[in-house]
Ligand binder design. Structure first.
Ligand SMILES: *[C@@H]1O[C@H](CO)[C@@H](O)[C@H](O)[C@H]1NC(C)=O
Ligand SMILES: *[C@@H]1O[C@H](CO)[C@@H](O)[C@H](O)[C@H]1NC(C)=O
Length: 668
C-alpha cells in the first residue's frame, strides 16, 4: 500500500513537475499576479494592455516558469488560447504587432521597440542562443523579415523570420473555406496554439470571438521544439509600437501543459473601451448636456405642438349636445376639409359669416361650411336644437343642412355644396352669360315651392326672413335652392330683446316689419315678391344710382304697370327672348306679393298655384294698389334711404287705411 502511494507520488512529480502551476485560466486579469514589464499594465476594467502609445514595448508573462522538458527527454505537449484585440488610434495607421512568446527569461530587457516586437534587437535577432519561440500577429510589412503582408499570423523561432505564416483568416465550418480577418479591425479575436510533443506538430487557429473554434487550423507546422525550449520557460505576450499609437489588449488567456486548455468564459471577459478614454469624457462633457438639451427641447416642442393643436382644434361641447351627436362635426375635420379655411376655398361672405368650400375626407363629399360668429352663449342650446331640427328639413329647393360644430364665439354650419353658386352672382356679375328666361322662371317656381315647404308643409312653420337673390343657390341642375333658412333665429335667441335688431335686407323688408320688428310668413312673401321682380327685371330692389323714378324697383314696376307698359321693366339683357304670359304673371305677382298691406298679400300656397297656372291671377285694382304703392315709395324713401319726410309718412297712413280690405278677389 505504502509502495503504491509512493509510486503514484513519484509519477505525479515527474509527469507534472510544476503541479498546480501548469494549468491556468484568466477570464480577465483584474487582481491577478501576471508579471508585467515595459508599458504593459492591467486596466481598471481588467484588460491586459500591452501598449497604448507610440514608441512603446510591453511584455507580460505568467509569473512562474513552466517545466517544458520532463526528465525523460520528450517534449511536453501544451495548449493555450487567448482573446486579443488590436485597436488603432488612427484608422489605417499601424505599427508592428503582438506575439505569444515562450522565452527563457521573465523579462525581455534587451528587446527593442518597433519591428523587434520588444523581444529582439539587431544583435540578438536570429541568434539560436535566444531559445525563444513565438506566434506573431504581424500588422506591418517588414520585407527584411520575409513578411508576406501586413496582416498575417506566423510561427517564428529565435527571430522574426517566420518558418510558417498565413494571412489572417479563419476556417468556416459552414462553407468549408477560409475567410479573411483583419487583425487591426479593433474587434476581439480568439487564437489557439496547440503543440503535440510526440508528433512535433504545432497548430495555430484563429477566429472571430463570436464563433466556436474552427475545425481546421490556420497554420499547421512540424516544429521540433526540443532544441529550442529549455527546461523551464516563461509564457506570455509581447508587443511594441513605432510612431503611431496602437492599443493592444489581451482580454482572456487559458493555458495547460499536457492537455487541452480550458475554454475561456467569453461572456465574462472584460469589455473593450468603445472609444479612447479622452473621447469618452469629451462625450460625457459635451455630448450628455447636448443630448439632454435636445431631448428637453424635443419634449417641450412636442408638448407645445400638442397644446397648439388642442387650442387650434378646440371645440365647445356640452352634455346636452350628446343627443345631436350624428349632426356634430369635429372642428378638425372641417379644418382639414377646408384646407384650414384658406381664402382659396372662400365661396363668399354673407350676412351671417364667411362660407368656405370643403371636401370631407371620410366621405369625399363636397360641403359648404359657414362660419357664423356668435358671441353669446345664451340661447345657443335652443338654437342648436333648431339647427338640428332644421337638418331634418328635406326639400329639393332647400340647401340641405348637414350638421354643425361649435367653438368659442363661433358656430360652424355644414351644408351641401352648391356647384353653381348663388343666383345674384349669375344675375348681376356675369355680363357675358345671360341667364335665360326659362331658367329664371324655373328658379322662381323652385324657390316658391321651397318657401311653401318651410311655411306650410313641415311640422312647424319655419320663417326664412332673408329671401333674396344672393340667398338662392343653384345646384348642378340649375335648380334654385333656398339657403340660410332659420339662421335669423340665432340673433333672436342670442340677443337681448330690448335691442332686437332687424334681420333682413333693405329692399326686401315689408313695411310693417320696420315698425313692429315681428317677422311673419307674410313678411317672407313680401321679400319673395321683391325677389321675383329682381329676377325678372335683372335689377336689385333698390338701386340708389338710378334715375329718381327707378330707385325702388317695386315703384318702378308698378309705374310701368299703371302706364300699361309693364314689360318695359323686363331685364333688357333678355331682349325679346321670353314668354310674355309668364313674364306678365311674374311681374304682377311680384307687385302683389310686395303689397304694403300684409293682409293683401297672397300666401305661398296661392303664389305657387298662380305660378303653376292652377289658379288665375286676380286683376289688380289699379287705384288701390297705385295709392298703396305711392305710400310705400314715400315710406321707403323716408325710412330706408334715410331722408326724413314726415308729411309722406302721414300720407302712407292715410293711403293704407283707404286700401280696400281685399285686393284679391278669388283669394283667401
Ligand atoms: C549569439 O549570442 C551569443 C550569446 O549572447 C554570442 O556569444 C554569440 O556571439 C552570438 N552569435 C552571433 C552569430 O551573433
Ligand atoms: C484574403 O487575403 C488574401 C491575402 O491578403 C488575398 O489574396 C485574398 O484575395 C483575400 N480573400 C478575400 C476573399 O478577400
Amino acid at each position: 500500500m505504502f509502495r503504491k502511494l509512493l509510486l503514484w507520488f513519484l509519477l505525479m512529480k515527474y509527469a507534472a513537475p510544476n503541479g498546480d502551476n501548469s494549468d491556468f485560466v484568466y477570464n480577465g486579469f483584474r487582481g491577478t499576479n501576471i508579471s508585467l514589464d515595459g508599458s504593459a499594465e492591467i486596466t481598471s476594467h481588467g484588460l491586459l494592455l500591452l501598449t497604448n502609445s507610440v514608441q512603446q514595448k510591453g511584455h507580460a508573462c505568467y509569473p512562474i516558469p513552466l517545466h517544458f522538458k520532463p526528465s525523460y527527454g520528450k517534449n511536453q505537449s501544451f495548449s493555450t488560447n487567448f482573446v486579443f484585440a488590436i485597436v488603432l488610434h488612427y484608422p489605417n495607421v499601424t505599427s508592428s504587432g503582438a506575439a505569444f512568446v515562450i522565452s527563457p527569461s521573465k523579462e525581455l530587457p534587451e528587446g527593442h521597440i518597433g519591428q523587434y516586437m520588444g523581444i529582439f534587437n539587431p544583435q540578438t535577432i536570429g541568434n539560436s542562443s535566444n531559445h525563444i519561440a513565438l506566434i506573431e500577429l504581424d500588422t506591418y510589412l517588414h520585407p527584411e523579415d520575409g513578411d508576406i503582408d501586413d496582416n498575417h499570423v506566423g510561427i517564428d523561432i529565435n527571430g522574426l523570420y517566420s518558418i510558417a505564416s498565413a494571412p489572417a483568416a479563419y476556417f468556416t465550418n459552414m462553407s468549408g473555406g477560409f475567410k479573411n480577418l483583419s487583425l487591426i479591425s479593433g474587434e476581439p479575436m480568439h487564437l489557439w496554439v496547440e503543440y503535440n510533443g510526440v508528433q512535433n506538430q504545432l497548430n495555430v487557429t484563429l477566429s472571430p470571438i463570436n464563433l466556436p473554434k474552427p475545425d481546421r487550423p490556420l497554420l499547421s507546422s512540424t516544429v521540433d521544439l526540443s532544441s529550442i525550449v529549455l527546461d523551464d520557460m516563461y509564457v506570455g505576450f509581447s508587443s511594441s509600437t513605432k510612431s503611431s499609437p496602437v492599443s493592444i489588449y489581451i482580454l482572456g488567456w487559458s493555458f495547460k501543459m499536457n492537455g487541452q486548455a480550458q475554454a475561456l468564459d467569453l461572456s465574462h471577459l472584460p469589455k473593450l473601451p468603445r472609444i479612447g478614454p479622452k473621447k469618452k469624457s469629451e462625450l460625457l462633457l459635451i455630448g450628455l448636456p447636448v443630448i439632454v438639451l435636445i431631448s428637453t427641447l424635443a419634449i417641450i416642442s412636442a408638448v407645445g405642438l400638442i397644446i397648439r393643436r388642442k387650442i387650434k382644434f378646440a371645440e365647445i361641447q356640452e352634455d346636452w349636445e350628446r343627443e345631436y351627436g350624428p349632426h356634430r362635426f369635429s372642428y378638425k375635420d372641417l379644418f382639414m376639409a377646408t384646407k384650414g379655411f384658406t381664402d382659396k376655398e372662400l365661396l363668399g361672405v354673407g350676412g351671417f359669416g364667411r362660407v368656405y368650400r370643403g371636401v370631407l375626407s371620410a366621405s369625399k363629399t363636397e360641403v359648404a361650411v359657414k362660419r357664423v360668429s356668435h358671441e353669446s352663449r345664451q340661447g345657443i342650446r335652443e338654437f342648436i336644437s333648431e339647427v338640428v331640427s332644421l337638418g331634418r328639413l328635406r326639400h329639393r329647393n332647400l340647401v340641405q343642412l348637414l350638421g354643425y360644430c361649435r367653438r368659442k364665439r363661433e358656430l360652424l354650419l355644414v351644408y351641401d355644396f352648391m356647384p353653381n353658386g348663388s343666383l345674384d352672382r349669375l344675375l348681376f356679375n356675369h355680363p357675358n352669360s345671360v341667364l335665360r328666361w326659362c331658367q329664371r322662371f324655373r328658379i322662381i317656381k323652385g324657390v316658391a315651392s321651397g318657401l311653401l315647404y318651410l311655411h306650410e308643409e313641415w311640422e312647424q312653420v319655419v320663417l326664412h326672413r332673408d329671401i333674396k337673390a344672393s340667398n338662392v343657390l343653384l345646384d348642378s341642375e340649375m335648380n334654385g335652392r333656398l339657403g340660410d333658412f332659420g339662421l335669423a333665429r340665432l340673433y333672436d335667441h342670442g340677443t337681448d330683446p330690448q335691442t332686437t335688431h332687424m334681420v333682413g335686407t333693405f329692399g326686401y323688408l315689408a313695411p310693417e316689419l320696420t315698425k313692429t320688428g315681428k317677422a311673419t310668413t307674410s313678411t317672407d312673401v313680401f321679400a319673395f315678391g321683391a325677389f321675383m321682380l329682381e329676377v325678372a327685371c335683372g335689377r336689385r330692389p333698390i338701386e340708389p344710382l338710378s334715375s329718381v323714378d327707378e330707385v325702388i324697383l317695386v315703384d318702378w314696376v308698378s309705374e310701368c304697370w299703371r302706364r300699361g307698359t309693364i314689360l318695359a321693366a323686363v331685364d333688357s339683357k333678355l331682349g325679346l327672348d321670353y314668354d310674355v304670359k309668364e313674364m306678365e304673371l311674374v311681374l304682377k305677382l311680384g307687385l302683389l306679393c310686395s303689397y304694403p298691406l300684409s293682409a293683401a298679400r297672397p300666401s305661398m300656397r296661392q303664389v305657387t298655384q298662380f305660378l303653376d297656372g292652377d289658379a288665375p291671377l286676380p286683376e289688380l285694382s289699379s287705384d288701390g294698389l297705385g295709392a298703396a304703392i305711392q305710400a310705400v315709395r314715400h315710406y321707403k324713401r323716408s325710412d330706408d334711404l334715410r331722408f326724413s319726410n314726415p308729411s309722406s309718412l302721414e300720407l302712407m297712413y292715410a293711403s293704407t287705411s283707404s286700401i280696400p280690405g281685399s285686393v284679391l278677389s278669388g283669394g283667401r
